[in-house]
Design a protein around this ligand. Structure first.
Ligand code: PLP
Length: 838
């Protein structure tokens, strides 16, 4: 593993127990923290005490970098990215900080000399699951890359007390359990109550004339909520930059309503506190769907208002005139969840800071940039006007005014096109009236980007076509990326060491350097090392599966993994159809020569998403039958690993032979799991959807298993009139699969259990499983053939990893910096630091 470069050690000003990096110093500091922070001595300390002591030891080593970074940014009033996101799926901090500080090996040795195992302590960390899936994890990868590239940035979001639920599987069904990430304390954050801000909700507005005779509006809220920031340092990889993730907690302005308290109404007095705290209580566990709930809109305005007020405070503190807000900050909106920023920044500038409309509008547009994350209609957020008026009466007025000016612009550009006005309006008036948040984000931002080339194209042609015609210059593509620090260096040290032994370790910061591995693809010794590492990691997963699920798995079988949120468009049930196809072949001919496979699934379903939960039940039910059928003779195994999380993801990506990326083309915006699998040497079976298209371009079509309809073919088929029953009747194997499920074979004879799922396939099949079935099966048969040729498979695996350079989040962030943010690195020299003990 890495060591700290000497110049960094030399530059450290204070070599004491809080900053020293030698093994001896780390040991001393660890015991000191155990004693003084945890209040324990080794004999009675729990594993959690040890984890906390180590976390504080590491945090101490971040602090000097963190404070230095803040000092330098403040002195120079550096241009800064504000990354606004309702979700940050950070994953455990400890391991990542050890990697980025370059002290993994020293710390491992230090704790081992104290009789402890570092892996054990890393396991102890409850990860902050403050996100649902790809979108939240992308935000986390981007924070890592911005710090690594020395880009001044602040991540802003909500400090949910309860993050994504923990998933248990009982009788094959998903059961949701409350997440308790904070119950043992969070050593990584520092509360900053001195920077609290207030957010208003509800009430009404009043017009008045100010002392200069100008028309003004005053908002008299029904409720005021206090936002308290909690800061977490985000250290770059082997840099001195430590940026900040600032998450807001909601509190009542006064913990008690003293008037009520004094009149003896104790419960009433506490009521307001409870209502206020609800705002940051829980993450909405829906991925890619919006429910239009009041609390959700309240959460959005809460964190957006807190964050914009915080930025304005920083602008004033750094003596930047407010008219230059957009020069100090660029605000990236991670999907429409923070899109209310358009109206809130206008309100703050006009109502609170006396600015005129035109100037405020210019600043708003120049500051904001919008990333779209979805092509699913059900995920496009819109809020009933009635709810908006009740919660945000002033914002609704501002949105009406923005809409008025905007529609005038549309009229001027497309005269006489009233249909276009209706389609583009910020207000949907087709039935009950709604505010369309994606439209608000498009109008109020200077940049609109998709997250993969195909996604951006589909936005331009379809979902946001009118906006593309109106503002073509705003549109751009920023293909997603993933951080190699967490998703290979930390999670796959064996492969990291092999790669670095051949090409040095420059690739960790410059992922395109992985291409130098191609020189070794014909080197038998290297190939054999590559293969034995994959094999050893698979063995580890075998042990984990045995312990978690009590299932014995053949480590030489193809590890065929689909790990991601459960959603019909992602088509985990297409994978199920393949498993049953193989099962049927074995039942028809028990001696058939089949390449052994282990099908591994992981992922959560939104608690209210019945069909996704039924698919989880189906997979578990198939597993129960297939894993125990003597005819199968262990050639097939189906494993559902519960409670998919970042920690879990780090364990499964490295163990995969085959990565399942089989969404219906035209639905997955990008995907990032696809990149993480390939980076760890898995081959992909996938449709031409999201970033799969670009992954295939990079790795070469010979090294990628492609199948299925393309996005234009999907549209064409649907336009012609799709009839899934025709496929069922004309495809013998498909019919046998469906009939097998319908017969109750996987449900103890119960023919009703999976009927809703079968009916949805036979009579609607919105995501075209039947249309893609044969192509998928044929492609899987090819996979099985190729896997038998060990050398060919290994070569393909190496080439996949070697050609993943494009998919580093460092590349994505460089693109954002250049094309949207206009921002340059600000290197942090520790020599310039303020000293801790001055
Ligand atoms: N959930 C977690 C915990 C992840 O780490 C990832 C990875 O990117 C995702 C969800 C998204 O997966 P996918 O891009 O395959 O949908």
């Amino acid at each position: 593993m890495q060591t700290v470069p000497n110049h960094q050690v030399d530059n450290l000003q204070i070599e004491d127990d809080r900053t020293g990096l030698s093994v001896e110093c780390l040991k001393r500091a660890f015991l000191d923290n155990l004693f003084y922070v945890q209040g324990k001595f080794p004999k009675i300390a729990t594993k959690n005490d040890y984890y906390m002591a180590l976390a504080y030891t590491v945090r101490d080593r971040l602090l000097q970098r963190w404070i230095n970074t803040a000092v330098i940014y403040t002195e120079r009033a550096s241009r800064t990215v504000s990354y606004l996101s309702a979700e940050f799926l950070m994953g455990p901090h400890l391991g990542n900080n050890l990697v980025n500080l370059g002290i993994y090996d020293q710390v491992k040795q230090a704790v081992s000399e104290l009789g402890l195992d570092l892996e054990d302590l890393l396991e102890q960390e409850e990860e902050p699951g403050l996100g649902n899936g790809g979108l939240g994890r992308l935000a986390a990868c981007y924070l890592d890359s911005m710090a690594t590239l020395e880009i001044p940035s602040l991540g802003y979001g909500i400090r949910y007390e309860f993050g994504i639920f923990d998933q248990d599987i009982r009788d094959g069904w998903q059961v949701e359990i409350t997440d308790k990430w904070l119950h043992c304390g969070n050593p990584w954050e520092i509360a900053r109550p001195e920077w609290e801000v207030y957010v208003r909700l509800g009430g009404h507005t009043e017009a008045y004339t100010d002392e200069h005779g100008r028309y003004r509006v005053r908002w008299i809220p029904f409720q005021v909520i206090k936002g308290v920031p909690h800061d977490t340092p985000i250290l770059g990889y082997k840099t001195n930059t430590a940026n900040t993730l600032r998450l807001w907690t909601a509190e009542a302005p006064e913990s008690f309503d003293f008037a009520a308290f004094n009149s003896g109404d104790y419960l009433g007095a506490v009521q307001e506190k409870m209502v206020s705290e609800n705002l940051s209580k829980v993450l909405y566990p829906n991925d890619d769907s919006s429910q239009g709930k009041r609390l959700r809109l309240a959460q959005q305005i809460f964190f957006v208002s807190c964050s914009l007020q915080d930025m304005i405070r920083i602008v004033f503190r750094q003596n930047v005139p407010l008219e230059k807000f957009h020069e100090k900050f660029v605000v990236q909106l991670n999907d429409t969840h923070p899109a209310i920023a358009v109206a809130e920044l206008m309100r703050l500038l006009i109502d609170e800071h006396d600015m005129g409309w035109d100037q405020a509008w210019q600043i708003t547009q120049k500051s904001l940039a919008y990333t779209n994350h979805t092509l699913l209609p059900e995920a496009l957020e819109r809020w009933p006007i009635s709810l908006f008026r009740e919660l945000l009466p002033r914002h609704l007025e501002i949105i009406y005014e923005i809409n008025y000016h905007f529609l005038e612009e549309v009229k001027a550009k497309f005269p006489g096109d009233s249909d276009r006005l209706r389609r583009m309006s910020l207000i949907d008036e087709s039935g009950e009236k709604y505010v369309r948040m994606a439209h608000l984000a498009c109008v109020g931002s200077h940049s609109i980007n998709g997250v993969a080339a195909l996604h951006t194209k589909l936005l331009q042609q379809d979902v946001l076509r009118d906006f593309y015609q109106m503002y073509p210059e705003k549109f751009n593509n920023k293909t997603n990326g993933v951080t190699p620090r967490r998703f290979i260096v930390l999670s796959n040290p064996r492969l990291t060491n092999l790669i670095s032994s051949k090409i040095g370790d420059n690739w960790i910061k410059h992922l395109e350097d992985l291409k130098h591995l191609e020189a070794f693809v014909d080197d038998p010794e290297f190939c054999s090392q590559w293969r034995s590492i994959k094999s050893a990691i698979k063995q580890d997963l075998v042990a984990y599966i045995a312990q978690q699920n009590g299932i014995t798995v053949n480590p030489d079988s193809i590890f065929d993994i689909q790990a991601k949120r459960f959603h019909e468009y992602k088509r985990q049930h297409l994978n199920a159809l393949h498993i049953i196809t193989l099962y049927n072949r074995i039942k028809a001919n028990p001696d058939i020569d089949i390449t052994p496979r282990t099908f591994i699934f992981g992922g959560k379903a939104a608690p209210g998403y019945y069909m996704a939960k039924l698919i989880i039940k189906l997979l578990n039910s198939i597993g129960d039958v297939v894993n125990n059928d003597p005819d199968v003779r262990d050639r097939l195994k189906v494993v559902f690993l519960k409670d998919y999380s970042v920690k879990f993801a780090q364990r499964v990506y490295p163990a995969a032979d085959l990565s399942e990326q089989i969404s219906m083309a035209g639905k997955e915006a990008s995907g990032t799991g696809n990149m993480k699998f390939a980076l760890n040497g898995a081959l992909t079976i996938g449709t031409l959807d999201g970033a799969n298209v670009e992954i295939r371009e990079e790795v070469g079509e010979d090294n990628f298993f492609i199948f299925g309809l393309t996005a234009p073919e999907v549209y064409a088929l649907k336009a012609r009139g799709y009839r899934p029953l025709d496929y069922y009747h004309s495809n013998r194997e498909l019919k046998a699969v469906i009939d097998r499920i319908a017969s109750g074979h996987f449900s103890h004879g119960d023919t009703k259990l999976f009927k809703p799922l079968l009916d949805s396939l036979l009579y609607r099949d919105e995501y075209l499983l039947f249309a893609d079935y044969q192509a998928y099966i044929d492609c899987q048969d090819r996979v099985s053939q190729v896997y038998r040729d060990r050398d060919r498979w290994t070569r393909m695996s190496i080439l996949n990893a070697a050609r993943m350079g494009k998919f580093s989040s460092d590349r994505s962030i460089r693109d954002y910096c250049q094309d949207i943010w206009n921002i340059k690195p600000v290197p942090i020299e520790l020599g310039e630091c303020i000293q801790a003990k001055e």
